[in-house]
Design a binder for this molecule. Structure first.
Ligand code: BT5
Length: 321
């Protein structure tokens, strides 16, 4: 009901309590109660005995109604579970995806304002204070598990595009899952999935973007290699607008991926690549390999040229600083 009232309220223009009550077929007291509820979550609404209610400002929160207002996707973000704090959005998304009896719709989002136990890859921690964008997307692609590994690269392209559109900031992709600005990490992507034989049960894409975070708020040990959009642009950015743009880009690229049009996505990935052409050290778990990153092939695999010119394919790993 509070949502319906929000849709009827006007910015900088009064709407009478009577009109609201009539349109929603509720009493004026019920309208007043819902207005109090909206105020409680941060909407600034003034009231005037004769004129009614006027929306002054919206809260700077990633509330579902704010994200969905003007969102032009078909299915990404049509259902949103919103929390002010969570351990990790990926954990909740996986719990929801596992519920086969009440299968949650494809494109459902889990969003939180902060995470107390945000996850990186390989059990690493992801620092997630208020001001960032921390979300997970639930997907059921009808692709083979080997094909879907490209989705991390695809998501990074969508992040770079969204950052550019909303802030004009140029960012680069560090293979496989980092987005950097001036060599510093601004976004990380965590892809988790469940597969069975050659089928995918679900994929959960976890995306963390350092939007409006002060660098001095990051733990000391990661400050040197970390940045935020606020830090880069020198001002707060609209998280809602960035998230909407990202979701729109994500859906567009995901549709391409589902049609196996990865080569066109890869072309764009290469334009934004921070990795190609560089001498890098890759931690592959059991060993560290050094060489020049010469290509990413159409499977999303990194091709490294060692000193002795031997070409090595790297499916997964972490590029060391
Ligand atoms: C990642 O892992 O980059 C994946 C991060 C995914 C986070 C999202 S937030 C929403 C969803 N829910 C979750 O619980 N996770 C996902 P990796 O490549 O392993 O990088 C982790 C490393 O990045 C850490 O070991 C730190 O060095 C560094 N780091 C931690 N927090 C950071 C931050 N906020 N910004 C930049 N770097 C960070």
């Amino acid at each position: 009901m509070a949502n319906d009232i929000l849709k009827l309220l006007r910015e900088k223009e009064y709407v009478s309590g009577e009109v609201l009550a009539k349109k929603l077929d509720i009493s004026r007291v019920a309208v007043w109660k819902q207005i109090q509820k909206l105020k409680g979550i941060g909407y600034k609404i003034t009231s005037d005995q004769n004129l009614g209610y006027c929306l002054i400002s919206r809260p700077d929160l990633l509330l579902p109604q704010e994200i969905q207002r003007g969102l032009s996707t078909t299915y990404i973000g049509k259902k949103i579970f919103y929390f002010s704090e969570l351990a990790s959005t990926n954990i909740i998304a996986k719990e929801k995806a596992l519920h086969i009896e009440e299968r949650i719709a494809e494109g459902t989002l889990i969003i939180t304002e902060r995470q107390s136990a945000g996850k990186g890859r390989l059990g690493r921690e992801w620092f997630s204070p208020a001001g960032g964008i921390w979300l997970s997307i639930i997907l059921y692609p009808q692709l083979s598990p080997s094909y879907i590994s490209r989705i991390t690269l695809m998501t990074a392209v969508a992040v770079v595009k969204a950052i550019k559109v909303c802030t004009q900031i140029e960012s680069q992709i560090k293979w496989p899952n980092d987005v950097l600005i001036n060599e510093k990490k601004v976004c990380g992507i965590l892809t988790e999935m469940s597969t069975e034989l050659d089928m995918i049960n679900w994929v959960v894409m976890g995306i963390g973007i350092n939007a409006n975070i002060d660098i001095r708020d990051f733990p000391k040990d990661i400050q040197k290699n970390t940045t935020s959009l606020k830090e880069t642009s020198g001002k707060e950015i609209s998280r809602v607008e960035l998230l909407q743009t990202f979701l729109q880009e994500f859906e567009k690229y995901y549709e391409k991926l589902k049609r196996k049009r990865f080569p066109s996505i890869l072309k764009e990935w290469k334009l934004y690549s921070h990795t190609l052409g560089r001498k890098i050290r890759v931690d592959m778990g059991e060993k560290i390999i050094t060489g020049e990153a010469v290509d990413i092939n159409e499977e999303g695999v990194l091709i490294l040229k060692k000193e002795d010119s031997e070409l090595i394919k790297i499916i997964s790993g972490t590029i060391l600083q």
